[in-house]
Design a protein around this ligand. Sequence first.
Ligand code: NAG
Ligand code: NAG
Ligand code: NAG
Ligand code: NAG
Ligand code: NAG
Length: 865
Amino acid sequence: MLGSLLNLVIASAIGVAALPSSDKLNFLAERGVFAPIATSNPSGISGGTVQTAPDGAPVSSFFAGLKPPYPTNSWWASYAATPGNGTASGPFPYESQLDGYGINFGVSNSRQFDGTSIKQPTQNDWRAGFVEHSGAFANHKATAFDTHSVTVQYFQGGASLTSPLIPGSPYITLQYNAATPLLTSRNGGIASFNGQSIANGQSDSVSATGTEFTVVDTTGTTYLIYALSSITLKATATNSAVGTIQASGTFTGVLRVVRLVQSSHKALLDQYSSVYPTGVSLDYSFTTTQGTLIFNYATVGAGANLLMLTWPHHRLSLQSPNSPPTSSLGYLTTKGWMYPTLGNQWKLLYNLSSITWNPPRALDSSCNSAVIQGLQYEIGQLNVANAPIPNEFYYWGGTLAAQARLALIAEAVGQTALIPNVTNYLKASFNNWFAPTTGAFPAYETSWGGVVDKAGAANSGIDFGNGYYNDHHFHYGYFLTVAAVIAKYDSSWLAQHKDFINWFARDIINPSSQDPYFPVTRCRDWFAGHSWASGIANGAGSRDQESTGEAINGYYGALLWATVALSQDYVNYAKLLVATEQQGAQVYWHLYPQQSSTDPNNPYPEAAVRNLVTMGNVEDWQSGAWLFWGAEKSEIAAIQMLPITPINEALYDTQWVNNVWSYAQNEIVDPTIADDWRCVLIAAYSNANPQTAAAWSANLTTWGSGNTFSNELFFIGTRPNPSGQPICGSNFPQNPYGTFKIQAATSGQWVVSSTASSNLVASGSQANAGVFVSSYTPNAGNLKLTSNNQFVTADSSGNFTLQAARATASSWEVFTIRQKIGAASGVYTIKAGSNGKWVTLAGDGSLVNNGATESSGAGFKFVAS
Ligand SMILES: *[C@@H]1O[C@H](CO)[C@@H](O)[C@H](O)[C@H]1NC(C)=O
Ligand SMILES: *[C@@H]1O[C@H](CO)[C@@H](O)[C@H](O)[C@H]1NC(C)=O
Ligand SMILES: *[C@@H]1O[C@H](CO)[C@@H](O)[C@H](O)[C@H]1NC(C)=O
Ligand SMILES: *[C@@H]1O[C@H](CO)[C@@H](O)[C@H](O)[C@H]1NC(C)=O
Ligand SMILES: *[C@@H]1O[C@H](CO)[C@@H](O)[C@H](O)[C@H]1NC(C)=O
């Protein structure tokens, strides 16, 4: 009585459930969903069409009767990708796997922490099928899919089992039609059925008739079976390891099967067992500052009584939740506790960033001249004649995207004359992509529907599996950033190339099921609250994402493209993707040792997990502080931070970046860790402490392919600055530039260079000292000996004497020359960019880059010549 009264109150509060069912369907249709970005056919792309082959092809029987485009990165991709029986990443709290006979599903009983990863290995508890089914693998298929769910059907003659598999449903829903239900235990035999024990090891059975049943397997795992119409079930212990539950005859009706973790959960599960979801439609609405993501669950039965489960990220955003107490139901998963909520409509509210091209505040004036000098230098390095040909997508796009930012920074600091030097270079490189004669060919993949690196369609080892739909949001986000920057300054270029670029935008942010060529928002798992990088390689088993920074920036690239090339709808959509991906990263990748173990929104109750500060990889069944390619703390954190762009302001929350700074400090000061990583940690830290970050950034001599000096310092110099102190300091340190003779401060000997070896040795008089031109590179410089017109080089081993022996300057010819700490003014140390070590003097006065610390570096005077 109390239950039904409560239901009525809830139904009227939400309003939907009171509608007649036909109106309800209209209500649930895609109301505000945006139209396709475009519908043009990508088959005319330069690389033509291609099919992933052989093992990435969809299982034709799974999509029988449906047409591509198909989702590739969804939690259930393993149902479809060859061989079609891999473990799917859901529907949580379950994981599942399809075989020829039915749907295998289970909730992991085990949660392990091995010091690096938290794991809940996948487990099958039961398989749902029916007696008449032959077990032929072809006799199951998808009948429908949407942004969250897939409906799977097993069929044989007139008998069928249809199951809408919907993440967040505590119950697995089984709709039988003229079929004899058969549940087979997969995790031990049956110990008891409806409270009656079944003798192990014998073919013993128990029958019961009704609408509710309880089964306990021999591991002690309990499931409830609800029948929405009366049924007779017989539980049989085939042997001690396998048991079955079979109906007495054919059944047309619905069973709902649910794992019961604690007996106290039974009341809630009983109460709401009769209302079930059949699909989900995604909707959204926007104000100028906020976006609401709406999940509309289509239900059979009163929608207000739909019992679902939320993850921590849902609970942070869910508006006006009608949620039973957490004590009434809960499942611990790798994303933390799933707790109950009621209702067929979820509204998740997110603040949207107003950031587009550049940060929301001007560059601190103390950084201005250093940024402009860096821009002039870095833009000067971009030679149109050497614009790269893409040989793959990932590094090429990431490098160009970093260079594209130079144009935006030039605009922000009033150096607009430099912009064409950047955009002409980007255009020249893109011409090699629009119409390639060599290198990577973009092609349209027709089995699933998407644009790929053509060579990768036959080889998942190429371009990180791009041809198998891995990492598209990373790769194409970079392309969209570059295209947006060119288009911002050249509308005729935009008009000419809009269709082509849109193919890549549609590949990752198509909002509409009406686009005939691309699936909806390929990588995003809307229920999980973030994207998956995994496509269809290896049977599409486990899902993972280990680069949240690039995921966020993929959608940021789409935001920039939408800003310049598309309507406000797609700007909003991209902003929502950015906001949600950032939230996902903060909830599941950023770890907060300070967070309470009993905070229900803490996904990792174990303090030891959170002490790892950053997850490297979040997968469906495990998450850990590791990467497929590296184990360093600095790399694990940096890959969640890069590329450095203005949109990251919200991502670099103070608590997390401070935690990373302390946790990775031993690597931040370790010269064997490349500046390419260090620069990323420094930039992120600047969001909390810009002055300290600026001082540290002055140590850097390389920024990796995805960052530049100008971008690093511009980012640092545009951070919130509550102290109001100059960010770059009044004297942002620089090398002494000009023409000099160099004197060792302690010995008084001058640096000469013997003609024979061109080695630098402090062993001469001022009269016979070498004359060196000291010129600018970002944060550092080159030294060129005028007598032989050769640059000074320092090899990376630090075993050899510096030599004036290189005609052109590259990374081994870069030196950071700074006032020596504690020495008289004008006495400098020289640090080699090649190995991050300071130049010392050997017994004979030879200059060698082997000093591990600043204090071990020799002091030198640079005397103008
Ligand atoms: C999946 O199917 C393949 C091919 O039929 C088979 O070799 C493999 O053992 C199956 N894997 C599982 C987990 O059932
Ligand atoms: C959203 O913005 C408002 C207003 O600035 C702020 O009060 C609120 O805390 C923000 N919410 C989140 C989840 O960041
Ligand atoms: C920009 O391009 C122009 C024309 O090619 C060139 O003359 C100029 O030196 C370039 N500027 C820089 C900073 O490289
Ligand atoms: C880098 O700069 C910071 C701040 O100026 C300094 O404390 C630190 O010792 C420097 N580290 C290295 C390795 O140069
Ligand atoms: C540098 O010296 C170290 C220690 O003697 C040695 O192991 C290394 O091989 C040397 N490297 C080169 C390039 O000579």
